[in-house]
Design a protein around this ligand. Structure first.
Ligand code: HEM
Length: 134
């Protein structure tokens, strides 16, 4: 039933998902630069929901369906995964804080946005370009 969930397919699917939500994040950043605060909040709430759904779906897959996802990784790919996790774990942990500070704690929101954006760019670049999907 889960035959299509090969390591290559799962990683490629995640790359596409990360690329897609990054377009939403880009649109939300453009909207705040254009001072459209409500639109920024709406786009980022969607960004948050889709990203968290992808993270949870991926966790379920690697815990229960494909626990050996990275078993065939070369030493080089394992190093790339380590670098990717350096960015992706903190950025996933920061996401709820971004939503909360955007709504309730505006003074913290922008400094945190600088940290989050750096981590997100690192996540996207190392995830899409460094990890193997074949
Ligand atoms: C490039 C990164 C980001 C920048 C520069 C940024 C900047 C801002 C600014 C300037 C505001 C207005 C705050 C105020 O009312 O004084 C804001 C509001 C908000 N931001 Fe962000 N933000 C970023 C990323 C995020 C992310 C990643 C999220 C959520 C996942 C988020 C969620 C929100 C929400 C919910 C609001 C409130 C919108 C409203 O009042 O209707 N932001 N942001």
């Amino acid at each position: 039933m889960f035959d299509f969930l090969t390591p290559a397919n799962v990683i490629l699917g995640l790359k596409i998902a990360v690329g897609a939500v990054t377009l939403i994040f880009l649109a939300s950043t453009i909207s705040i630069l254009l001072k459209k605060k409500k639109l920024h909040g709406l786009l980022n709430t969607i960004f948050f929901a889709l990203t968290m759904t992808a993270v949870i779906a991926f966790e379920v897959i690697i815990r229960f369906i494909l626990p050996d996802l990275t078993a065939q990784f070369s030493p080089e790919a394992k190093r790339a995964l380590g670098i990717h996790l350096f960015f992706s774990i903190p950025s996933a942990l920061l996401l709820p804080a971004m939503l909360w500070t955007g709504k309730k704690h505006h003074r913290l929101h922008v400094p945190l946005a600088v940290v989050f954006s750096t981590l997100w760019i690192g996540t996207v670049v190392t995830g899409i370009f460094f990890l193997p999907h074949d």
